[in-house]
Design a protein around this ligand. Structure first.
Ligand code: GRF
Length: 215
């Protein structure tokens, strides 16, 4: 590929399977982005080891050593900005961010969430989907705004919710789609194909793909 690759910093808190999907995608020589760092708020996050295995800089900004949300977010900004990213990706990052943080990365901060937003923001999305009796569930990638799990949607993937599903089977089916749509959204961003128009996102000037079918 010609031209410079988009510099991406990924924030995690745990297992890092979405991070792994991004790492794997970035190994494609034609990939329009490169991972410059992975930052975790939890020192023992398994995802840190995935970053090290892939020779990507791994940093810890431990929220427990910062007295307030503001101090933690300021430390996080300092750590992220040292890598001069064009995009910051929240991939299983389990901290609520301050408005100052979100504003600082306006239009270059995206999140993966395991539900079809605006359904089920917050935690326990799979259990809540089962309890609600929904027939369809899924995952969303969106630009981050200062309200939790909200902001212009970039892409969603739907999966069937089966009568036989428990949280484990449903989470696994959704996770498979997360691993597909998160790298896809980063590629679109890196290729300059996304634009935010008010509350909506366009892809190549057309409404974004809010119904990406599972393969
Ligand atoms: C994913 O389901 C993500 O959508 C949610 O937390 C989970 C993180 O999984 N926010 P992983 O750390 O990427 O494996």
């Amino acid at each position: 590929m010609s031209g410079k690759k988009l510099r991406v910093v990924v924030l995690i808190s745990g297992r890092g399977s979405n991070l792994q999907a991004i790492i794997d995608d970035a190994t494609d020589p034609g990939c329009p982005f490169e991972l410059c760092a992975v930052i975790s708020n939890r020192p023992r996050a398994a995802g840190l080891e995935r970053a090290r295995q892939a020779n990507i800089t791994a940093r810890i900004v431990d929220h427990t050593v910062h007295g307030s949300r503001e101090h933690f977010d300021a430390a996080l900004v300092e750590s992220i900005d040292a890598f001069e990213p064009g995009l910051v990706v929240l991939a299983g990052f389990m901290r609520v961010l301050t408005t100052d943080f979100v504003d600082h990365y306006e239009a270059r901060l995206i999140n993966i969430h395991p539900s079809l937003l605006p359904e089920f923001p917050g935690l326990d999305t799979h259990q809540r989907a089962i309890t609600s009796g929904a027939r369809v569930h899924g995952a969303s990638v969106h630009f981050v705004s200062s309200t939790l799990d909200s902001g212009p949607l970039i892409v969603q993937a739907r999966v069937p919710l089966l009568a036989t599903d428990d949280v484990g089977t449903l989470a696994a089916r959704v996770l498979e789609q997360e691993h597909r749509i998160l790298p896809q959204a980063i590629r679109w961003f890196a290729e300059g194909r996304l634009a935010i128009r008010g509350e909506r996102v366009t892809l190549d000037g057309k409404p974004a793909l809010l119904d990406l079918q599972a393969n």
